[in-house]
Write a protein that binds this ligand. Structure first.
Ligand SMILES: Cc1cc2nc3c(=O)[nH]c(=O)nc-3n(C[C@H](O)[C@H](O)[C@H](O)COP(=O)(O)OP(=O)(O)OC[C@H]3O[C@@H](n4cnc5c(N)ncnc54)[C@H](O)[C@@H]3O)c2cc1C
Length: 624
């Protein structure tokens, strides 16, 4: 073992970047080992960050002191708040990014990170030591010891975070053409996949896909609808007041019957339908083949044409992800209005990869089987940069806290979307790529994109990820929000012009307010605040004012929820031995090992009577 680190992160994707960033900044000597330095932070597919449910998670990552929001604000070329006409619980920030600037931002932010070493190489094996029963540490019989690279180098460490994304035993498909690799032009991690099996992990197989890219000069823009960004782009990171880089347009077009007929006539050559691919793909990110089959009654499907960067000649055709053969993709693309003369720069393709069904990890993302081994990102069965990044941050924090013998970092479902995702994964598992939606969060009115800092920045400060600069800014803003809320409440009914503003029913983002005409009505301590802080303060005050009753009700539900979460189940509880439980309940509870009654209740197939048996037994055990 010729190098010694505390933590080694395998992979430089979205999970790996956050994990390495967090572990190193909390103080662990961290190495990130990844196949190619240039591929760190690469966006495999859609060059966009955020969206419904995802945007909320990016704000949470930022509020905790993570990387993704900072990188996005350096690379965002079109910002939009989705669902702005609906309630604040579903407002979702989204940014189209210049994909080269995004990867560059991630790489430079990591380069500035203390305690972090980046090593280029392919990891083949995780070295472990089998502890004799008598010396079990941390309740584990098997502990991480280091990693072995394909070129023979070995690195020792005390924890490993595996963030291998779509690269484990990966296979790409374009029609009948197949090639090994987790992403076009990159390799596959076959050794590590075999090694995880040897270590006793159950592995599954999933698939995802990507659309063709066309040359920007080969599009007839006159036939397309323009889709501009928001007038005032709202930054993702709480550290940024505004976005100053140039913003660009995207465009909209649609498939039609000619494309659908072509697809139907060639389904037998589509890997998903010919049996060439047997694994499941993301339900909510279907290929155009799936759309034509599943929604046969629809005569058109929407496509967003999205530039991949300021200088890039590539346009991403969002909405026609496909693994059809190239000789079918070309006429299919050319049947689309505006793309009649399109020059295809990259064919769409699907990629199949191994993943580790997530009932094998705990809520700290440490595996149950091997101590000090954490999994984060697509390897856990999720799909999406944001889902991966949220897991990477939690894994990086927990690996560093565990080595420092500190309490684990575990958020509840009422605190963050990241917690909802992790809880869903470990209690429900997943048979298809899991992606976040607002509908997955039962407390979504509390988990808004505007209040992620109120919910999480204090937690990030506690674990050591929120530095003084972010903490000072957070406290200043909270002071402004409180002052604005008190003032607004006091003046709401005294006829001041601002009171009219508060009475407006259409609760739009405060950023539509032109503060220059309201400043004169504000008290001096508020009048000096920047537009952006006033926007956030006013939005928070208006949401409290308009939704206060609903928020109160959700907070009461949360109190009931927390009661069940606090009914702990001892880590060594032997569910298998509880004969009064149904066999299915014993098997599921033993496999998932919930840490509370609340979590046990959320496991698919566990009934209220199973919970009743558990409560009676736990009570009698407590008395004994
Ligand atoms: C073709 C394709 C289409 C996709 N379509 C979508 C989509 O439509 N929507 C969506 O939300 N997401 C999509 N994704 C998924 C998205 O890219 C992932 O969700 C996201 O990148 C996952 O992040 P990650 O960090 O888990 O893994 P990745 O971003 O895949 O990063 C994994 C990293 O680990 C490195 N690595 C792997 N194994 C080793 C090893 N043994 N040693 C060293 N380094 C290693 C790789 O080089 C890579 O840098 C797609 C991905 C692909 C490839």
């Amino acid at each position: 073992m010729n190098h010694c680190f505390d933590i080694i992160v395998i992979g430089g994707g979205h999970a790996g970047a956050e994990a390495a960033w967090a572990a190193a900044r909390i103080g662990a000597r961290t190495a990130m080992v990844t196949m190619s330095r240039d591929a760190i932070g690469r966006m495999s597919c859609n060059p966009a960050i955020g969206g419904i449910g995802k945007g909320q998670m990016v704000r949470e990552i930022d509020a905790l002191g993570g990387l993704m929001g900072l990188a996005t604000d350096r690379a965002g070329i079109q910002y939009r708040i989705l669902n702005r006409r609906k309630g604040p619980a579903v407002w979702a920030p989204r940014a189209q990014c210049d994909r080269d600037l995004y990867a560059g931002a991630v790489q430079s932010l990591l380069a500035e990170t203390p305690n972090l070493t980046i090593i280029e190489g392919l990891i083949e094996r995780i070295e472990v030591e089998w502890r004799h029963r008598g010396t079990e540490a941390q309740g584990h019989k098997v502990l991480v010891q280091g990693v072995l690279l394909k070129d023979g180098r070995s690195l020792s460490c005390r924890a490993v975070i595996v963030t291998t994304g779509t690269f484990l035993r990966s296979l790409m498909h374009t029609g009948e053409q197949q090639a090994r690799g987790g992403r076009i032009g990159e390799g596959s991690a076959d050794g590590l996949s075999a090694n995880l099996r040897e270590l006793g992990f159950e592995l599954g197989r999933l698939k995802t896909g990507t659309p063709p890219r066309v040359h920007r000069d080969s599009i007839d823009y006159g036939k397309l609808e323009v889709q501009p960004g928001d007038e005032r782009p709202a930054p993702f990171s709480y550290l940024n007041d505004r976005i100053s880089q140039r913003q660009i347009n995207c465009w909209i077009t649609y498939t039609g019957e000619p494309a659908h007929d072509l697809i139907r006539a060639n389904l037998h050559r589509a890997p998903m339908y010919s049996g060439q691919i047997t694994s499941r793909g993301p339900r909510y990110c279907p290929s155009i083949e799936d759309k034509v089959v599943r929604f046969a009654d629809k005569d058109r499907h929407q496509i967003f044409l999205e530039p991949e960067g300021y200088e890039s000649e590539r346009i991403y055709c969002n909405g026609i992800s496909t693994s059809l053969p190239a000789d079918v993709q070309e006429p299919m693309v050319r049947s689309i209005p505006g793309l009649e003369s399109a020059k295809i720069l990259q064919w769409g393709y699907a990629v199949e990869y191994d993943f580790v069904p997530p009932h094998q990890i705990s809520e700290t993302l440490e595996t149950k089987r091997v101590g000090g081994l954490y999994l984060a990102g697509q390897i856990n069965g999720t799909s999406g940069y944001e889902e991966a990044a949220g897991q990477g941050l939690v894994a990086g924090i927990n690996a560093a806290l565990a080595l420092a013998r500190r309490e684990p970092f575990i958020m509840r479902r009422d605190q963050s979307y990241i917690a909802v995702m992790i809880d869903d994964l470990i209690t429900q598992g997943t048979i298809e790529p899991y992606r976040m939606f607002t509908s997955r969060a039962e407390y979504r009115l509390l988990l808004r994109s505007d209040n992620a800092d109120v919910r999480l920045t204090p937690l990030g400060r506690e674990v050591g990820l929120v530095d003084d600069a972010r903490w000072d800014r957070y406290q200043q803003k909270q002071g402004a929000v409180r002052a604005f809320g008190n003032w607004a409440a006091a003046h709401r009914h005294d006829g001041l012009p601002v009171a009219k503003w508060f009475s407006r029913t259409d609760l739009d983002w405060a950023s539509n307010v032109d503060w220059s005409q309201w400043r004169s009505t504000l008290p001096v301590e508020l009048a000096s605040l920047s537009d952006d802080v006033l926007d956030e303060a006013a939005t928070a005050a208006r949401i409290e004012g308009k939704y206060g009753g609903y928020i109160e009700r959700q907070l009461r539900e949360v109190e009931r929820f927390k009661k069940m979460e606090s009914r702990r189940i001892p880590a060594d509880f032997d569910f298998g031995g509880l004969k009064q439980l149904r066999l299915e309940a014993r098997e599921k509870l033993s496999s998932i090992a919930p840490r509370s009654i609340g979590q046990a209740q959320r496991i698919a197939g566990i009934t209220p009577s199973d919970i009743g048996v558990l409560l009676i037994y736990l009570e009698s055990r407590r008395r004994a």
